[in-house]
Design a protein around this ligand. Structure first.
Ligand SMILES: [Zn+2]
Length: 133
């Protein structure tokens, strides 16, 4: 089924890219500024084909910058009115997948840090540093 999307939703979709959303870039810049080195857009586990936005392999820390729309942030989650059923299933699926990813990584001894895109780069970097130091 091909969903009919409204203008706002399609704009959102075209902005969505695997690498380098604005909040991701801001966080990477802030971490660099604080002297951190890391990998970008990398699958933490060889058997798990799910990339993390920022990875510290030696520390076993995987960082995800979750988009408020795609990952249903409690403050900013919105549900498109067109094809409401399609979207609620799709977004619920994303969240379930996130939790599944978290579990698999933790089971393999990783620390998962998730920050929302609405979070400032500064406080996001604080959270990451807490996990890697
Ligand atoms: Zn949000």
């Amino acid at each position: 089924m091909k969903p009919v999307t409204d203008a706002v939703t399609s704009a959102r979709m075209s902005r969505q890219r695997r690498v380098g959303t604005k909040p991701e870039i801001a966080l990477r810049r802030e971490l660099h500024r604080r002297g951190k080195r890391f990998f970008v857009d990398r699958a933490p586990l060889p058997g798990l084909r799910r990339r993390a936005d920022i990875v510290f392999p030696r520390r076993k820390v995987a960082v995800y910058v979750d988009g408020c729309f795609w990952h249903s942030c409690p403050e900013h989650a919105t549900f498109p009115k067109n094809n409401a059923e399609f979207w609620s299933a799709k977004l619920a699926g994303n969240v379930a997948r996130d939790r599944d990813t978290d579990e698999r990584l933790r089971a393999a001894g990783w620390t998962v840090v998730r920050v929302w895109e609405h979070e400032g780069a500064d406080s996001a970097a604080d959270l990451v540093l807490r996990a890697v130091t």
